[in-house]
Write a protein that binds this ligand. Sequence first.
Ligand code: S3P
Length: 434
Amino acid sequence: MPRGMSPASATRFRPGPLRGALRVAPDKSISHRALLIGALTGGELQLSNLNTGADLEATRQAVRALGARLDGEGGEVTLHAPQRLHAPGVVDCLNSGTTMRLLMGILAGANLPARLTGDDSLSRRPMERVAGPLRDAGALITTTNGHAPVELAAHTGLKAVAHHLRVPSAQVKTALLLAALTAGTSAEITGDEHSRDHTERMLRYLGASIAWDGTRIALAASTLNARDIEVPGDPSAAAFAIVGALVTPHSEVRIERLCLNPTRDGLLRALQAMGADLTIRDAHEVCGEPVGDVVARSSSLHAIDLDPALLPTMIDEVPALAVAAAYARGTTRIRNAAELRVKESDRVETIAAMLEAAGVTVARHPDGLDVSGAEHMNERIEVASHGDHRIAMAAAALAAGSPSGVQVDDAGCARVSYPQFHEAWEFLQQGVAR
Ligand code: S3P
């Protein structure tokens, strides 16, 4: 269980339609960046609609330890960035990989010693993918056999960052960009595969000199201006309500002010290829990010061979896609997804176990899984979340279309990214009665 969370809470998710309009949890990735990059501006900025999950609590503490002051409650915060970043001492990143990896970049670039720790799940996740390239640029970093705790020591200065990504990871490229930014140097990163570009967009919004095309990123030495940031809804949080509505008769949900960044919309594209009834409304831009409403209605879905190029744009949405596949006609094949094995749980295993508990046939592969749509789900479905927030929330979507619902051993872990998930789900299920 991630530290700082209440004990495991068994939850029964009911079957039945989802109806209503909702703003889901604010985007987690953009919220981390708003706090961490905002702390590099040396000025004062208003952050609105920040994610309030446990992962963001780790980033708020980290930003305070860097010398920033945060005034305000919940998602509405005034950030007073320090003139010079402070050495933070020991930072507990809890369950948050984004906090740890982005912080490594900032600390290496600013040449600040620190020790970064995390909970058991985070301590099993790979950190050399960030430490290695930072070391190549001159940073002094040690990991514990490739994992947290991570130690950063003072070094003689960072040279310009030049790196070819071995995994299309937004966290790795962001750590390198933030290292170059805080070191006052440039960065050239190649080998991206359209992984989320929130960092690039936010740096441009705050005045940095940056160019990118989905495969290569070039950042010139830049300073940032403090500008207010509003965070849109999180597509990874919306995924469960969207899929729940698609697989459950008589459902219609409208998710409002959702981030529609093309590096995050792979799930919507995959679902459309499966025959989903999805409509986008009111598309516009907020602080450099495309935003709009998504309407999802009950649909008859068919299987697809997922386009491997879509994977980096929907890496966190595979649990939701797998639930859609479980209700679709035919066998959906998901590949190019080896990264699933190093998320908050080994998601190839935890997704497969969840669907098998429902009576769905799943084949596991080193880099993905095949899900064969089931004619009938089991009456009795019991799922272990393994403390992984996205598995717990996927179980709710699975339950919506099932005959008798789903029992989850610990769904309290939804709090990592979506503290109001249970209330939001209840609201959508009660929508029928209104
Ligand atoms: C994130 C990037 C993704 C994603 C994670 C958040 C980010 O990880 O899975 O939940 O905010 O940059 P990788 O960059 O390791 O693929």
